[in-house]
Write a protein that binds this ligand. Structure first.
Ligand SMILES: *Cc1c(COP(=O)(O)O)cnc(C)c1O
Length: 386
């Protein structure tokens, strides 16, 4: 069977070591050997998330950790600032509304990033706002927000900063403690190179003060239960044993290469993909592109939905289309996790083929050549983990 080449921003391809770990006989989660593994994995997550604060692990997709942030930090009637600009940013707004939070939205055009000054202005206009919700890599538009600048501004207010780094972690820089981000959420199926099913949340002392006072209803996501269990290297509810065992393996690969090198690897794939897009006369959708995902505007006269379908049908290369209003208007190549230079080249070749089939005029092979040049000698080194 021809293997699919996943160039999607979740799920991402799994390294062989992770696949092997997923196939091992299951062990019980309340044993000393599992506790030791869980402890090691959570310490590894602290390194991956660049924080000395505890990291809590939930059995859910990434959105579960987003919900945990809202339910644990706020009380009904509280005001929260939500930076918009994409489908995932809008999820913060939906979550806040579900819990009776008054949302102060900061509108941002799709493909654009928030001006940090807009966050400063919103905080000045709403001094009682308890939290600022934002997104590191907005996967739906391919941008990366300037979280460092937003953190510097938010730290001067009484609000806590919550960052959705679900797709951005290990792709874009996210210096949790150094930049002063209070809460970071992430998920397993993107840069961590795991199947979907685990979500993580780091909470610093400033944010924890809110957890103790919040009155939003919560049960499965009640972080007070997770804190108590973590003291015994345990979870309050049954741990997703095989996925955590696989996390331990993935973290070995990540820590062996190093967090900065993981990010550089993504950046290299991103540069190669963008060089190819530009050589083919295509334009990027994002004003400040993330290393994790490249969003490209579908050229005029080309059917965007057909484009991604042809890439998959002919070449088994899976890229993401546009979500919501962006459907058919953009397509997205992911670079995060276990995606190799060879995958990037296969993706570009598939794109060239599909563009030609749909009548787009460009010189065949020009994209692949540009990607190869960008990958250059570094490709061998970057491919070493594969
Ligand atoms: C993937 C993703 C999510 C979470 O999605 P789940 O399907 O719940 O895992 C949230 N935010 C961003 C930016 C994402 O890329």
């Amino acid at each position: 069977m021809t293997q699919d080449i996943l160039l999607t921003p979740g799920p991402t391809p799994l390294p062989p070591q992770v696949r092997e770990a997923l196939g091992r006989p299951i062990i019980h989660h309340r044993t000393s050997s599992y506790r030791a593994l869980f402890k090691r994995a959570m310490q590894g997550m602290q390194t991956a998330m660049q924080t000395s604060q505890p990291v809590y692990c939930l059995t859910s997709s990434g959105t579960g950790a987003m919900e945990a942030a809202v339910a644990n930090l706020l009380s009904p009637g509280d005001a929260a600032i939500v930076v918009l600009g994409g489908k995932f940013a809008e999820r913060w707004q939906s979550l806040c509304k579900a819990y009776g939070i008054t949302v102060v939205p900061i509108p941002v055009a799709y493909g654009d990033v928030v001006d940090p000054q807009a966050v400063a202005d919103a905080l000045a206009a709403h001094p009682k706002a308890k939290a600022v919700f934002t997104t590191l890599c907005e996967t739906s538009t391919g941008i990366v927000n300037d979280i460092q600048a937003i953190a510097a501004i938010t730290r001067k207010s009484q609000a806590v900063l919550v960052v959705d780094a679900i797709s951005g972690l290990l792709a874009d820089e996210c210096r949790t403690d150094e930049w002063g981000i209070d809460v970071v959420v992430t998920g397993s199926q993107k840069g961590l190179m795991l199947p979907p099913g685990l979500a993580f949340i780091s909470v610093n002392a400033r944010a924890w003060a809110l957890v103790d006072r919040a009155t939003c209803p919560r049960f499965y996501t009640d972080l007070r239960l997770y804190k108590k269990s973590l003291a015994d290297d345990d979870t309050p509810f049954t741990s997703a044993v095989p996925t955590v065992v696989a996390l331990d393996e993935a973290l070995k690969l990540i820590l062996q290469l190093g967090v900065p090198q993981m990010i550089q690897r993504c950046a290299l794939m991103a540069r190669a993909t963008r060089a190819a897009a530009s050589a083919l006369g295509l334009t990027l959708f994002s004003t400040r592109p993330s290393n994790g995902v490249t969003a490209v505007t579908v050229p005029g006269g080309v059917d965007g939905k057909q484009l991604t379908k042809i890439m998959y049908d002919r070449s088994r290369v899976m890229v993401a289309g546009g979500q919501g209003d962006m459907a058919g208007k953009i397509f997205r190549f992911a670079h995060m996790g276990f995606i190799s230079p060879e995958d990037v080249l296969a993706g570009v070749a598939a794109l060239e083929g599909a563009l030609a089939e749909l009548g787009y005029k460009c010189e065949r092979g020009k994209g692949v050549k540009a990607a190869q040049a960008a990958l250059g000698r570094q490709a061998a080194a970057a491919g070493a983990t594969r």
